[in-house]
Design a protein around this ligand. Sequence first.
Ligand SMILES: C[S@@+](CC[C@H](N)C(=O)[O-])C[C@H]1O[C@@H](n2cnc3c(N)ncnc32)[C@H](O)[C@@H]1O
Length: 414
Amino acid sequence: MALERIQVTAERHPVSGGPRGMFLLGDAVERMEGLLGEYEGKIKLIYMDPPFMTGDRFYMRVRVGEKEWRQGKGSFALESFSDRFDRAEYLAMMRRVLELSRRLLSDEGMIFVHLDYRAHPHVRLLMDEIFGEDNLLNEIIWVYQSGGRSIHHFSRKHDVILFYRKSDRYDFNIDAVKAPRDKPRTSHMRRHVDPDGRVYRSIRSGGRVYTYYDDDPIAPTDVWQDLPHLQQKDPERTGFDVQKPLALLDRIVKCASRPGDWVLDPFAGSATTLEAARRNGRNFIGIDRSPLTLNIARRRLTGADYSLFLNNENRPESVCDAVVHAGVGFYHVILEGFSTDIPGLPELADPLDIVDNWSVGYLRSDGYHVMAEFARSKREGALARELAVPAYAGELALCASDITGISHYFALPR
Ligand SMILES: C[S@@+](CC[C@H](N)C(=O)[O-])C[C@H]1O[C@@H](n2cnc3c(N)ncnc32)[C@H](O)[C@@H]1O
């Protein structure tokens, strides 16, 4: 029997303890304006990796069905976002995002804006105006080696990350990101071994002797060469074209926030910042306007206490069949069928290949509370057809998310 479709705008993943967070589907400016009421002056760290005015369109190869999940390769390409702007339109959007960022940051807060050679000079001027030139802390150069080599000019192998503080009360923690040197300092230094077997170097200068242990942690400079870009087969890859490495966000999260602080990424993409925040015990808020990012966020945020805020725009028609069996203290829900219209979709081996993840939960006054969920993964490419949820009072509901990231909600009969 086809289930009754319902509208849901908040999907809750309640977990007790640990970091809290949310992912808001929608436009960065609109969603940040919406955050002001509750979060003005409360965010410790903002990282953003906005469009760079590259003129490109970015795609995501989504995996459809068990075989593609097991092989780790998707055959169906969907546009994740378009980076085609004229400069005035781009800068007007960035101005608004940066003004809102400043209002959302606490006085101890910091902001990192990730750009490339095209956008960074323009955005730097905007940030000088909005945050004040004196509040520029670094122009970080992130160097990577991936990709080919150009013969027309020197290959472009770095991004620029503009790092500003909100005020001179900023709470920067360099100790949290110190690491042993890649290569020991050797030039003109004498090598020694101390009684514990640790290697150190010494140099005499101006009548004083300076010593450096090889394994002493040191602070990174503003040129980051030790954090490689994700390789094609990197297990961290989600399929999202412009995904940044977790190690990069880990450094930023650790030096510019403390456990329990709020971290915001208004162009969250594949949720890298949110995962880095979650792993480090920070609370997180992500915003993105591409529904494709929701399926990735659901996987990367598993285990955190988080909510997804959706919009109901352009949600296509869909039909779902499921049956509910009452067990002792549990309901067992079996997904029997699901269909929706996805233009250009190749022929499916199984009609349920269109489902990327699904869940069962209860409708409450503040949204749909997920009680059991399944998302395909490399290990579990085949769709689990049955989920069990504890028997509570309240309206039982089901959410099926299709491969484009659109979530479809249905009431379940009992
Ligand atoms: C470069 S990607 C971010 C990648 C991310 N750092 C990661 O590691 O996956 C930029 C993201 O901004 C989103 N985006 C572009 N314009 C937006 C807007 N006006 N509001 C919200 N999100 C937007 C795109 O959908 C895309 O996911």
